[in-house]
Design a protein around this ligand. Structure first.
Ligand SMILES: Nc1ncnc2c1ncn2[C@@H]1O[C@H](COP(=O)(O)OP(=O)(O)O)[C@@H](O)[C@H]1O
Ligand SMILES: [Mg+2]
Length: 254
């Protein structure tokens, strides 16, 4: 079983006032098969962590390491990270004009599997995955995320997750903006992938709501650019009652 190991990760982002440190020493180890919820107030750096792991060029790693089974992830390009099995479902999925969902999925699957999926089985695979996520088949011919509602974008992210079967899935606020029915559909999708048994999941969320559907093995409180406390599922119940106040005392949230 592979392990994703983050050690003392420091990351800055370029702002008008120069480089600003957002991540201030993140330590986290995720094994395949485990689900870790990362919870924290807005602006604490959760998305920055997600982007940094995926290799977004806006974020500069100034210290620490990220290893996937001992291999240096920070040395890898965005493509190499995806091929190594790291998947990011973005908080704000981007539009890809001129590229249909169907083409996008096939191109991604080809890149990640190292060969084009056989057309006949692939078409069936996609159709069935779309059905499970209650995505209208007509979406296959629409441009990626163009004119999608918030909920449709999130379901499309989970569609990719189900088809690409990564080793590590980073789900950044996949629950945000979903009504109860969509939340259930999306959570069931995540749980199907987890039941496969060999995905390590980083479930980034502001609210405890999604944890009613997706049971984490570990809960981490993220505040001011680092993990402030770690525990089991019971830590989420405490956050539900008490909020994040105790963690953000004494200054700004980031
Ligand atoms: N691309 C960026 N440009 C400027 N500031 C950024 C950028 N990304 C993140 N930040 C800043 O970093 C801090 C953490 O943001 P973010 O990682 O999105 O937090 P969270 O996801 O926990 O809400 C915020 O103060 C935010 O304004
Ligand atoms: Mg965020």
């Amino acid at each position: 079983m592979a392990t994703l190991e983050i050690n003392d990760l420091h990351v800055t982002v370029e702002t008008d006032g120069g480089p600003t440190e957002i991540l201030r020493g993140v330590d986290l180890t995720v094994k395949q098969g485990e689900t870790h919820a990362i919870m924290g107030p807005n602006g604490s750096g959760k998305s920055t962590l997600a982007y940094s792991l995926a290799g977004h060029p806006k974020y500069t790693v100034t210290g620490g390491s990220v290893k996937l089974d001992g291999e240096d992830v920070l040395e890898m390009s965005v493509d190499e990270r995806a091929r190594a099995g790291v998947f990011l479902a973005m908080q704000y999925p981007v539009e890809v004009p001129g590229v249909s969902v169907s083409n996008f999925l096939r191109t991604s699957a080809t890149a990640i599997r190292g060969e084009a999926p056989k057309l006949r089985t692939w078409v069936k695979e996609v159709r069935e995955a779309m059905e499970r996520l209650s995505i209208d088949p007509a979406f296959a011919e629409r441009n990626v995320n163009e004119g999608f509602s918030g909920g449709e974008k999130k379901r499309h992210e989970i569609l990719q997750l189900e088809l690409l079967k990564p080793q590590f899935a980073i789900l950044d606020e996949t629950d945000s903006g979903l009504d109860v029915d969509a939340l259930r559909v999306v959570s069931e999708g995540v749980n199907r992938v987890r039941e496969g048994g060999d995905v390590g999941t980083l479930l980034i969320t502001h609210y405890t709501r999604i944890l009613r559907y997706i049971k984490p093995d570990f809960v981490h409180v993220f505040a001011k650019g680092r993990i402030a406390e770690s525990g089991g599922a019971e830590l989420a119940d405490k956050l539900e009652e008490e909020g994040y106040e105790e963690y953000v005392k004494g200054g700004a949230t980031a």
